[in-house]
Design a protein around this ligand. Structure first.
Ligand SMILES: Nc1nc2c(ncn2[C@@H]2O[C@H](COP(=O)(O)OP(=O)(O)OP(=O)(O)O)[C@@H](O)[C@H]2O)c(=O)[nH]1
Ligand SMILES: [Mg+2]
Length: 459
């Protein structure tokens, strides 16, 4: 087992609350707990049971709190080490005071993600599962929750493990060729090995391709509301949020900064970013705002494009249509409560390809119609081409898969070019290592630092 010093941190979020949990992990966890916490009754602490007691400063004998405590013995604990937890009264002062006490007894303040890192190093969870814990904590929608749970239960690790097994199988064939090339044994032909490598490369690439879907499910969809000034972008944002989030005025050029907020639609979180109206402008502040609009639009997963139905088609609308070329999204022909000077068919003639809905930001019922269409657009983004349940959701996974696919590609070329088996084996091993990085079967301190740095303290 991997043993280090003893660490302490608050496991619950800082701030006021009914209960705060102080977590201690490491060889001295029990010793530290019993030096600062005394049971009310004389019964000894039983592992995995809660006991009531007093937290007392051993130096002065002063009582700090009345709190529940529990211990979990290594290796059957979160971290695989001895773990002690104190459930004290919520509020940051009490918890901080207890942490300080534990530190005077030899514990060290944990770094972000250090408990999870220890769980990984002690073999309690693999790296993809540790990341899934973080995703579960951050989940903001039902879809994100489902995806994190699947990853936590090892669905991704299993899939990657199978791919790695196939890599090992190919390596075995190559090694047989190296070892027995002089002997009269039936070995797979080069063409067979090349085909095997190519098939595996395809599977790896397919898993890499689930990234867009997985990331969207994990983070939610980023949608940018774009359109010319005064089209009603901010009004539509407010309508969708059911709150006066953005300033609305009759003056074109009202919105300058990007204003964001999220709504849950069809089990997926969609962040709507209201932006400055796009037009030629001489005003410096407005121009900077328009630059931000363009950036928000290009970074968005989908566009919510607003046209003003009460005004005839203008040059600014043409600019907006150009911006939507090839992009996923939904267009709204707004202000349908006013006399109409622009129609859906004219927008089509002018080259708009997205679905269009005639709405009014002033008609509350239209929010439901927009939601339904947005849900369809969101579904199209997360739809899985091959009824594939497993999806990767982190760039780290995608980069590792792309590296594996590139190595397999190189191996495939070498196999076709009748290179010696040792040459092919080098790339095959690189592919195996790249896959191993996902679960942490192959890892380095750098990778662990990057993964766990993202976690909060106490996790
Ligand atoms: N009648 C009517 N007026 C609307 C509708 N939507 C927006 N408006 C009005 O149009 C004006 C502009 O609305 P905003 O929501 O500020 O438009 P915007 O696109 O955010 O404008 P900028 O931020 O300047 O780019 C305001 O006076 C709104 O009240 C609508 O559906 N019907
Ligand atoms: Mg606005």
């Amino acid at each position: 087992m991997y043993v280090r010093d003893t660490i302490v941190a608050q496991a619950t979020a800082p701030g006021r609350g009914a209960v705060a949990i102080v977590r201690i992990s490491g060889p001295d966890a029990t010793k530290i707990l019993t030096s600062i916490w005394r049971p009310v009754s004389e019964k000894a602490l039983r592992p995995r049971a809660l006991s009531l007691g007093d937290v007392v400063d051993p130096a002065t004998g002063t009582q700090i709190d009345c709190a529940l405590a529990t211990i979990m013995r290594a290796p059957r604990s979160l971290t695989g080490e001895d773990v002690a937890e104190i459930q004290c009264h919520g509020g940051s002062y009490v918890a901080r005071r207890i942490i300080a006490l534990a530190m005077t007894r030899g514990a060290r303040m944990a770094e972000p993600g250090e408990f999870s890192r220890r769980a990984f190093l002690n073999g309690r969870i693999d790296l993809a599962e540790a990341e899934a814990v973080a995703d579960l904590v951050d989940a903001r929608s039902e879809a994100a929750l489902r995806q994190a749970l699947a990853q936590l239960s090892g669905a991704l690790s299993e899939r990657v493990g199978r791919l790695r097994d196939e890599v090992i199988g190919i390596r075995a064939h190559l090694e047989a060729e190296i070892d027995f090339s002089d002997e009269d044994i039936a070995l797979p032909s080069r063409a067979e090995i090349a085909a095997e490598i190519d098939c595996l490369r395809g599977e790896v690439a397919m898993l890499a391709d689930t990234f867009t879907r997985g990331r969207i499910v994990r983070e939610g969809i980023h949608a940018a509301i774009v359109g010319k000034p005064n089209a009603g972008k901010s009004s539509i944002l407010n309508l969708m949020l059911g709150a006066e989030r953005a300033i609305v005025t009759a003056t074109p050029g009202t919105t300058r900064d990007v204003i964001e907020d999220s709504v849950a639609i069809g089990g997926i979180s969609i962040t709507l970013a209201d932006t400055a109206g796009i037009r030629e402008s001489a005003d410096e502040i407005e121009r900077l705002g328009i630059e931000r609009s363009a950036r928000a639009a290009s970074a968005a997963d989908l566009l919510l494009v607003i046209f003003d139905g009460s005004r005839p088609f203008e040059e600014d609308d043409a600019r907006i249509i150009k911006l939507t070329a090839g992009r996923a999204g939904l267009a709204l022909l707004n202000k349908r409560d006013l006399p109409q000077r622009l129609t859906i068919s004219e927008l089509r003639e002018r080259g708009l390809e997205m679905p269009v809905l005639a709405v009014s930001a002033l008609i509350p019922e239209d929010a439901a119609r927009i939601r339904a269409e947005l849900e369809r657009a969101a579904d199209a983004l997360v739809a899985s081409p091959a009824a594939d349940k497993v999806a990767i959701s982190r760039e780290r996974h995608r980069d590792a898969l792309m590296l594996a696919a590139a190595s397999l590609d190189a191996a495939h070329n070498s196999a076709l070019a009748a290179m010696p088996p040792e040459m092919i084996a080098v790339d095959i091993m690189a592919a195996g290592d790249a896959l191993g990085q996902i679960t942490g079967a192959v890892t380095s301190e750098d990778v662990l630092d990057t993964v766990f740095r993202e976690f909060c303290i106490g996790k």
